[in-house]
Design a protein around this ligand. Structure first.
Ligand code: SF4
Ligand code: SF4
Ligand code: FES
Length: 223
């Protein structure tokens, strides 16, 4: 089969193969300069996320077919070929997704279950690349960082939920269009869209309202 990496055509002598295996084969036998990222090779580290035919996927756990077009993640600076500059740390910093005011409580298995799904995030940035808001607002905190913020809001050891809620108002939960693209591409079956909706519910408990709704004019037409 043949695949295209950033418009360049490569032949891959396998019938059924993951993209990552194909990339290593190309690098070994056809193009030593080809640059991509990988680490665990088993869907755990998130390093190998790319776009296949415009859809985000992990190279190590996605099989390719002839004619597939491979590109780097969107909204990241491309360092070379498929390797991008990772932005996860900055995004997490913006969402302040960590414990702020620790209180000593007994953490039950049920409490752990509450945050289990969000804790599974492997920071692959697939959701970030799929989010259309980043196209128009590069400062949008983005799906995985908001999901992580929700994870710490659910954490029973957190004594200061409000400060997290305060920090995700600007370029945060109200800027999301709830399109669901982030949830559709997540390899860990995390649902950032739903987490953002729940964060909106939490924010309303602290008196926050959707600023878009607040800006609507309800004046009646003059006849
Ligand atoms: S649901 Fe919100 S965060 Fe997720 S991709 Fe759509 S706009 Fe972005
Ligand atoms: S939420 Fe899912 S898609 Fe987004 S960074 Fe985490 S694992 Fe990747
Ligand atoms: S190499 Fe780690 S997730 Fe693919």
């Amino acid at each position: 089969m043949e695949i295209f990496i950033k418009e360049k055509r490569y032949r891959v002598p396998f019938k059924s193969v993951t993209l990552l295996k194909a990339l290593y084969h190309i690098k070994s036998y056809q193009d030593q300069s080809l640059t991509f990222e990988s680490n665990c090779r088993s869907g755990v580290c998130g390093a190998c996320a790319v776009r296949i035919n415009g859809r985000e996927a992990l190279a190590c756990s996605t099989k390719i077919k002839s004619g597939d077009k491979i590109e780097p993640l969107k909204y990241h600076k491309v360092l070379k070929d498929l390797k991008v500059e990772r932005v996860e740390k900055d995004r997490l910093k913006n969402s302040t997704a960590w414990l702020k005011e620790y209180r000593e409580v007994e953490v039950t298995p049920k409490d752990v279950e509450l945050t289990e799904r969000q804790s599974d995030c492997i920071l692959c940035s697939s959701c970030y690349s799929a989010c259309p808001v980043l196209e128009v607002n590069p400062n949008f905190i983005g799906p995985f960082a908001l999901t992580k913020a929700y994870r710490y809001i659910l954490d029973t050891r957190e004594n200061s939920i409000k400060s997290t809620i305060d920090n995700i108002q600007s370029n945060g939960i109200w800027d999301c269009t709830l399109c669901g693209e982030c949830s559709a591409v997540c390899p860990q079956n995390i649902d950032p869209k739903m987490d953002i909706l729940k964060l909106r519910g939490e924010a309303s408990k602290f008196g926050y309202l959707d600023p878009n709704f607040m800006n609507l004019s309800f004046n009646s037409y003059n006849i």
